[in-house]
Design a protein around this ligand. Structure first.
Ligand code: KG4
Length: 333
């Protein structure tokens, strides 16, 4: 079954053609350059750029796959969660396309698709497994019981890990997207040189809280600025990266212990983080767990991962009609 998948939940307009776990094409038009001057994504600009790019991106995806629209068996689209105006561009385009082609329309949850990025990179990977899902807007520990059966056992109470990286980076004067820059500039891994809190959530040991950590970094940089004291940006970057990883790794390992699951998956934009990958490799090897994470090109937003999840949604009978709407928030379950 050849699925044409569309993704427009944030600042990438993406389309892909996927057959099972086989990616026939994967086109991403990024808006990073446009949002960079504002230091973050401007929703109104994102929606407008999606509108301009989507036709070309979809056409490129079909052509790169060596197909025509007549060969497409279903259209899949990210419908939630994300920036509402941005999502609506993809959802409306997908609705029109599926109706005109007379093929099924498959709605895909954005976070489910981040997990499915791993199916593309690891053909042998099958649920059940435990997933640390970390992106710009979400930080979750999920028990993936089946391809469309999810149980959230840990979540952030405030900011996501990606938000903490991005805003810490911005306060240090690093370019957007901050998490990527911070990871590049940071000195060695597993290295704490500045005082950095380790926030814990009382009575919920698998939950995260990153807002205090973010505020600690912002206060540190502002205090230094007011006093005219220098900040060693690569060392502070390494410190923040290390503490975020300490927290993510500790909670994931505890979740593995509590659930008895020994297959661990990392997903979402932050799964590209070099220290997170390196230290999780080591932790999992020590415990005898198997670890999976996506190739870097599938960590950020893309449509191939939407297609990879769509086949399972289709098999579960999750098909929409013309009344499909976009939603800014929606639980992964
Ligand atoms: O999954 P994603 O592309 O978009 C959302 O769905 O949110 O995640 C974007 C987030 C941003 O916060 C970005 O800074 C972060 O992933 N990110 C990283 C790295 N690459 C991307 N954070 C830390 N280290 C990286 N190498």
């Amino acid at each position: 079954m050849k699925i044409l998948a569309i993704e427009s939940s944030c600042d990438e307009t993406a389309a892909a053609v996927v057959e099972g776990r086989n990616v026939l094409s994967n086109i991403v038009a990024t808006q990073i350059a446009e949002h960079r001057i504002y230091g973050g994504v401007v929703p109104e600009i994102a929606s407008r750029r999606h509108t301009e790019a989507i036709s070309t991106v979809v056409r490129d995806a079909v052509e790169t796959a060596g197909l025509t629209l007549k060969d497409i068996d279903a259209v899949a689209v990210t419908h939630a969660p994300g920036l509402i105006g941005a999502l609506l561009v993809g959802v409306n385009f997908a609705k029109g396309l599926s109706m005109s082609l007379g093929v099924p329309l498959i709605p895909v949850h954005h976070l489910r698709s981040h997990i499915a990025a791993n199916y593309i990179c690891h053909p042998d990977l099958k649920p059940p497994f435990l997933c640390l899902l970390v992106s710009g807007g979400n930080s979750l520990i999920v028990k993936v019981n089946g391809y469309t059966d999810f149980e959230v056992i840990g979540r952030t109470r405030d900011d996501a890990a990606g938000e903490c990286f991005d805003k810490s980076a911005r306060s240090m004067g690093l370019d957007y997207p901050g998490g990527v820059m911070l990871d590049k500039i940071a000195t060695e891994p597993d290295f704490i040189k500045y005082p950095m809190p380790w926030p814990k959530v009382e009575g919920a040991e698998l939950d995260f809280s990153f807002s205090g950590l973010k505020t600690a970094v912002i206060n540190l940089t502002h205090n230094a600025e007011q006093k005219g004291a220098p900040i060693d940006v690569p060392v502070l970057s390494a410190t923040v990266r290390c503490r975020v990883c300490d927290i993510l790794i500790a909670n994931t390992m505890r979740a593995a212990e509590l659930t008895g699951m020994n297959k661990i998956v990392i997903a979402g934009g932050v799964s590209a983080n070099s220290e997170l990958r390196e230290r999780m490799e080591k932790e999992c090897a020590d415990k005898g767990y198997s670890l999976y994470y996506p190739e870097k090109k599938y960590c950020g937003d893309n449509a191939a991962m939407v297609g990879a999840q769509a086949i399972h949604e289709y098999e579960a009978g999750h098909i929409s009609g013309a009344d499909l709407n976009a939603r800014a928030t929606m639980s992964i379950t």
